[in-house]
Design a protein. Structure first.
Length: 256
């Protein structure tokens, strides 16, 4: 088994970067396998850092001067925990405080662009974003543990862009199952524990542990920017995937 740790580097990957891992429950986070392909980046001091856990066929540009294109979204700013929009995960049920999100069983769908605080654990369910609003869609993960046995526990199906912020000091977990049930026969998406069809920014001063048992760990069909935070990713296939591009501007990543 290989473990790669990346801290404080800047990567621009013009392809994919994915992760997903084994186990059917949030407590089962056995490491999976990962493609062994070498890429390089530079840390802030100009030292070349090699990491063989990044995805294959990636065009890597070394540039320690890169900064996020939109620092107003997804930066580790204190958004506060009294946003008025809260999603409370209660094991086998979900409660929504605020307007713009609907619950069906153990799945909550966010349809209104706003800052949403998500708290608690979900034994087998999904948090989904499906919104055409042009405003900022910000998800504050404030100590969540979401497992989904048949799909992505966190699925961004539609939105212009989404920022996920790990609240300072919190530990957050996403775990999918070994097989998915797709909404439309013949589809193959989502295919990651954290899957986005929109531009995605990850940041914050907390941690996120992703276990992808089906395929990938974190995947975006558009751009993926990691600004800060601590990420521990176990994947059956790829660790992190950004189809248009992937930028790691900060944070700590451990991928197995």
């Amino acid at each position: 088994m290989r473990k790669r740790i990346v801290r404080g580097v800047v990567l621009v990957v013009a392809s994919c970067f994915a992760a997903c891992g084994g186990g059917d429950a949030a407590a089962d986070r056995d490491p999976g396998s990962f493609v062994d392909v070498n890429v390089t980046a530079q840390d802030a001091g100009g030292t070349t850092v090699e990491d063989s856990a990044l995805q294959p066929e990636a065009a890597v540009i070394e540039d320690a001067s890169i900064t996020p294109s939109d620092p107003g979204i997804g930066t580790p700013t204190d958004y506060g925990t009294s946003t008025g929009n809260r999603i409370l995960l209660k094991g086998t049920s979900i409660e929504v405080l605020g307007t713009g999100a609907t619950v069906v069983g153990t799945k909550v769908t966010i349809t209104r662009a706003a800052t949403w605080e998500i708290v608690g654990a979900l034994a087998d369910g999904q948090v989904r974003v499906d919104s055409a609003d042009s405003g900022d869609m910000i998800l504050l993960l404030n100590g969540v543990d979401i497992a989904c046995s048949t799909s992505a526990p966190l699925y961004i199906a539609n939105s212009p862009d989404v920022a996920i912020v790990l609240v300072q000091g919190t530990q957050n977990f996403l775990t999918d199952g070994a097989s998915y049930v797709f909404e439309v026969a013949g589809e193959d998406e989502p295919n990651a524990a954290l899957f986005s069809k929109a531009d995605l920014t990850l940041s914050g001063l907390g941690s996120l542990t992703v276990t992808g048992n089906y395929n990938d760990g974190i995947a975006s069909k558009d751009s993926l920017l990691i600004e800060s935070g601590t990420y521990v990713i176990t994947a059956r296939d790829d660790g992190i995937r950004g189809k248009d591009d992937l930028i790691v501007a900060g944070g700590s990543l451990t991928i197995t």
